[in-house]
Design a protein. Structure first.
Length: 145
């Protein structure tokens, strides 16, 4: 059983920890806001021009720097290279279409601006370990049972 003195000691330790943690949390939030502000136009450009044909050179141009400088700044701030970020973002979109629509793979490939459905299928399988049509089938059968 915890007595009143133990509770007060615990409360004091908790308050001390919170007062030490809050400034650190504030710094992390400030860093994220700065990063977001630095790349706001780039993220807007990505979302409005989204597709497999989006090039890092275009993002660097929007950012107003060379491709190398942009890639370094992006990786330092975001923690992923621009290429990795675009691949992950494209995969998120692909997964949404595969899971939530009845579109044929060719239609999804066109929608995401892949050169053809075969390239889309290879891209999808590389990131998800299975072709998109099998992924859809397995996902839907797992939802039934």
């Amino acid at each position: 059983m915890i007595n009143a003195a133990d509770l007060l000691r615990l409360r004091g330790q908790l308050l001390l920890w919170i007062t030490q943690a809050v400034p650190q949390i504030g710094k992390v939030i400030a860093q994220h806001l700065e990063t977001h502000t630095q790349f706001t136009e780039v993220f807007r450009f990505i979302e409005s021009n989204f597709g497999a044909d989006l090039r890092i050179a275009s993002l660097a141009s929007v950012h107003g720097t060379t491709q190398d400088a942009f890639s370094m700044a992006f990786k330092r701030s975001i923690g992923l290279s621009p290429k990795d970020y675009l691949m992950r973002r494209l995969n998120q979109e692909a997964l949404q279409h595969v899971i939530n629509t009845n579109l044929h793979m060719k239609e999804i490939a066109e929608k995401l601006r892949f050169t053809d459905e075969y390239y889309f299928s290879r891209f999808f399988q590389k990131l998800n370990g299975t072709p998109p049509s099998r992924y859809r089938k397995e996902f839907r059968s797992s939802q039934k049972g």
